[in-house]
Design a protein around this ligand. Structure first.
Ligand SMILES: CC(C)(COP(=O)(O)OP(=O)(O)OC[C@H]1O[C@@H](n2cnc3c(N)ncnc32)[C@H](O)[C@@H]1OP(=O)(O)O)[C@@H](O)C(=O)NCCC(=O)NCCS
Length: 199
C-alpha cells in the first residue's frame, strides 16, 4: 500500500456527514484548484496565484508538524470538499485560531463547515486543552460569521478598515469562543451525531 493510500485511509475525526483526515500529497491538485478559485480566494488572506509546486511545498511543511498548527482535509460523500486548520496554538495563553476553506462551492451553506468546525473545536478544547479559539473574518463574509456563531462563537469586536479587497477597505470581524460557552453546543451536537461520532 502506498503512503498516500495509508494517509487517505486515516480517520482523524468523524461525524454524521463529515470525516477529517490528514492532508496528503494526493490532495495537491484539488488544493491548488481551490486556492486559485476567485470565488473562494475572495474570502481568504491569500491573494497570489499558487502553483502546484508551491502547494506541494506547503503540504510537506505541514506534514513536519513543527509549525504549531494542525491542518486536515474535510471529506464528504467520499471526496475532499475542503480543509480546516487550527493555527497559532499558544499553550501558555491557551489560545489558537481556526481557518476553513470549503473549496467545493456546491457544499457551501449546507452545514458541512459547521460540522467540521465542531469536530475541530472538540479536539482543540478536549485534547489540546485550549480555552479560547479565535477567528477573524472579512466583513462581507457573512456566511463565515454565521457558521462560527452556530458553533458558539461571539463577536468580540471590529477592527476598522483592516482589509483591502474588491477595491475598498473592509472591517475585520473578530470572533472567539471559550470552552465553557462551546460546551452546550457540543452536547447537542454529540447527541445528534452519536451514531457516527468518532473522536
Ligand atoms: C465559510 C465556510 C467555511 C462556512 O462553511 P459552510 O458549510 O458554507 O457553512 P454552514 O452551512 O455550516 O453555515 C453557514 C450558515 O451561514 C448562513 N448562510 C448561508 N449562506 C449565507 C450567505 N450567502 N450569507 C450569509 N449567511 C449565509 C446560514 O445561516 C448557515 O446557517 P444555517 O445552517 O443555520 O442555515 C465556507 O462557506 C467556506 O469555506 N467559504 C469559502 C472560504 C471562506 O470563507 N473561509 C472562511 C474565511 S474566514
Amino acid at each position: 500500500m502506498s503512503s498516500t493510500r495509508e494517509t487517505n485511509d486515516v480517520i482523524f475525526r468523524q461525524s454524521n456527514r463529515v470525516t477529517l483526515r490528514p492532508v496528503s500529497e494526493s490532495d495537491c491538485d484539488v488544493l491548488t484548484k481551490w486556492i486559485n478559485d476567485p470565488d473562494v480566494q475572495q474570502y481568504l488572506e491569500a491573494y497570489l496565484p499558487m502553483t502546484k509546486n508551491e502547494e506541494m511545498t506547503w503540504i510537506k511543511t505541514i506534514q513536519t508538524r513543527d509549525i504549531g498548527s494542525l491542518v486536515v482535509m474535510i471529506i464528504a460523500d467520499g471526496k475532499p470538499i475542503g480543509n480546516m486548520c487550527i493555527s497559532g496554538i499558544d499553550h501558555r495563553q491557551g489560545t489558537a485560531v481556526t481557518g476553513t476553506l470549503i473549496g467545493n462551492t456546491d457544499y457551501w451553506g449546507k452545514g458541512y463547515g459547521t460540522e467540521a468546525k465542531m469536530l475541530m473545536l472538540e479536539y482543540a478544547f478536549n485534547v489540546l486543552n485550549l480555552r479560547k479559539i479565535c477567528s477573524d473574518v472579512i466583513a462581507f463574509n457573512t456566511r463565515s460569521t454565521s457558521y462560527s456563531l452556530k458553533c458558539g462563537y461571539k463577536i468580540e469586536g471590529y477592527r476598522k478598515k483592516q482589509y483591502f479587497a474588491k477595491g475598498k477597505y473592509w472591517d475585520q470581524v473578530q470572533l472567539a469562543v471559550f470552552r465553557k460557552d462551546w460546551k452546550p453546543y457540543w452536547k447537542a451536537f454529540a447527541k445528534e451525531h452519536k451514531n457516527n461520532l468518532r473522536i
